[in-house]
Design a protein around this ligand. Structure first.
Ligand code: NDP
Ligand SMILES: N[C@@H](CC=O)C(=O)O
Length: 434
């Protein structure tokens, strides 16, 4: 047998604990696949006395992550701490000291991936990160490798398990936002700071990574239009149900043409109503699904567990085996594409349909006045219905496709109208226009 491949794990929380467990339980299989035993040589944590879901072999726990990654004998470092620092410095140090790196850290990759990729290139080492997007679902490797000969035009999906879990509970069991979030946290789906999930930062980071690989462009988290689910009310979920739809937090990345006829990229994350007949509507709990549309292949769908320690550890170990094989053979895997210089389109130019709920005075001519306001901004109405009477009168409008800028102007206009008491909900609508 070849000499052992030495692995250090940074972080032993939801994901790290499952990585450590699987490294122990699957040691024989991993050795057979890699062609050498995989030896865990250290596990860095913040506090030695934090409760753990796994028993870490004696003597391996340390709070000195910097010393662990600087060891000359470590071949692969698995970073599952999360966040920007110290994760970035630790990864850079690991590469400088000759280790390859596997990480699940989408926040860091989407903020400063370029620095990490350049460091890996300079060091001649691998940097793999399949677990950073959509948990266990193999999606980054298909984009980077399998579809490298095709032209991807659109990526659309549910890429955050926590928010999908919350929206699903609100829809199916009428659970409140707070209770559903607590359950998602207890199940290990949420980020250390769940604001990252519910405000859409996590999905935006994943959207940036997907867009970068799909369009061979450099897209960062800052380029992504982001809206989370904190503004989604029980009323919105009910409204969606009445339209035989559900509310989902979607990540959408598109290759478009700008005003100068140049290819440009549009990337956004926001809640949207989708018809129950749409395949994404049946994505329940913390599952994720990603549609990829490309010129030659057509439409592909990737589906599976999008969060949680064990599913994510599966993706981490998949990368570990690849990196370990490369290491043994003295080669590197596929690096990042040469980047095309594509502009990122502003959200105002994005075209979608909208669902708008408006509390109005219940008097003659209201409907015509509201319809006129939409028309003045070039937003054409697909359906409109009145709900309630008297003080409860509400108009529910679904528009045809319009630009975000036109819709924003329409909503401002509505808010200025005397007959409008309140615009209670504005939500995008995705899926087939009927
Ligand atoms: N949870 C999930 O479903 C998924 C998570 N990810 C990503 O995986 C990564 C880890 O997530 P998750 O396991 O949920 O996070 P947790 O918060 O559960 O675990 C973080 C771990 O990092 C350790 N840690 C924190 N700061 C330091 C530090 N300065 N030095 C050393 N160790 C430190 C903590 O130590 P201690 O235990 O002592 O507190 C803990 O063990 C993140 O990048 C996340 O985005 C990706 C896909 C899915
Ligand atoms: N917090 C994330 C974890 C996986 O990436 C999520 O809920 O999807």
């Amino acid at each position: 047998m070849n000499s052992p491949l030495k692995v250090a794990v940074l972080g032993c929380g939801s994901v790290g604990s499952q990585v450590v467990r699987l490294l122990g339980e699957q040691a024989d299989d991993l050795a057979a696949r890699v062609g050498a035993p995989v030896e865990l040589v250290g596990v860095a944590v913040r506090r030695l006395d934090s409760p753990r879901e796994v028993e870490v072999p004696a003597g391996l726990l340390t709070t000195d992550a910097a010393a662990l990654v600087a060891r000359d004998d470590v071949d692969v470092v698995i970073e599952v701490i999360g966040g920007i620092e110290p994760a970035r410095s630790l990864i850079l140090s690991a590469l400088e000291h000759g280790a390859s790196v596997v990480t699940a850290n989408k926040a860091l990759l989407a903020e400063d991936g370029a620095t990490l990729f350049e460091a890996a290139e300079k060091a001649g080492r691998d940097l793999y990160y399949e677990a950073a997007v959509a948990g266990a679902i193999p999606i980054l490797r298909p984009l980077r490798e399998s579809l490298a000969g095709d032209k991807v035009t659109r990526v659309l999906g549910i890429v955050n398990g926590t928010t999908n879990f919350i929206l699903d509970k609100m829809d199916t069991s009428g659970a409140g936002f707070g209770d559903a979030l607590e359950e998602a946290q207890a199940l290990g789906y949420a980020e250390a700071d769940p604001t990252a999930d519910v405000e859409g930062f996590d999905a935006a980071a994943k959207a940036a990574i997907l867009a970068s690989l799909a369009f061979h462009s450099r897209v960062t988290a800052n380029d992504v239009h982001r809206e989370g689910i904190t503004e989604v009310s029980a009323g919105d979920v009910r409204s969606a149900r009445e339209m035989d739809s559900v509310v989902k937090l979607l990540a959408i990345a598109e290759l478009r043409t700008d005003d100068n006829g140049e290819e440009a990229v549009s990337v956004r994350v926001h809640p949207a109503m989708i018809p129950r007949s749409h395949p994404l509507a049946s994505v329940r709990e913390a599952y994720n699904a990603v549609f990829v549309e490309s010129e030659a292949a057509g439409q592909l769908m990737f589906y599976g567990p999008g969060a949680g320690g064990s599913p994510t550890a599966s993706a981490v170990l998949g990368d570990l085996v690849t990196v370990a094989r490369n290491h043994r053979q003295g080669t590197r895997g596929v690096g990042e594409s040469a980047y095309a210089d594509r502009a990122v389109l502003p959200m105002g130019e994005t075209r979608t349909r909208y669902h708008v709920a408006i509390d109005v005075d219940d008097k003659a001519g209201v409907l015509a006045a509201v319809a006129l306001a939409f028309a003045e901004h070039g937003v054409s109405i697909q359906t409109v219905r009145q709900e309630g009477r008297g003080d409860d009168a509400q108009l529910v409008v679904v528009s045809h496709e319009a630009t975000d800028a036109a819709l924003a102007a329409t909503v401002d206009h509505l808010r200025d109208m005397d007959i409008v008491r309140e615009v209670t909900s504005v939500m995008r609508v995705e899926g087939t226009e009927e």
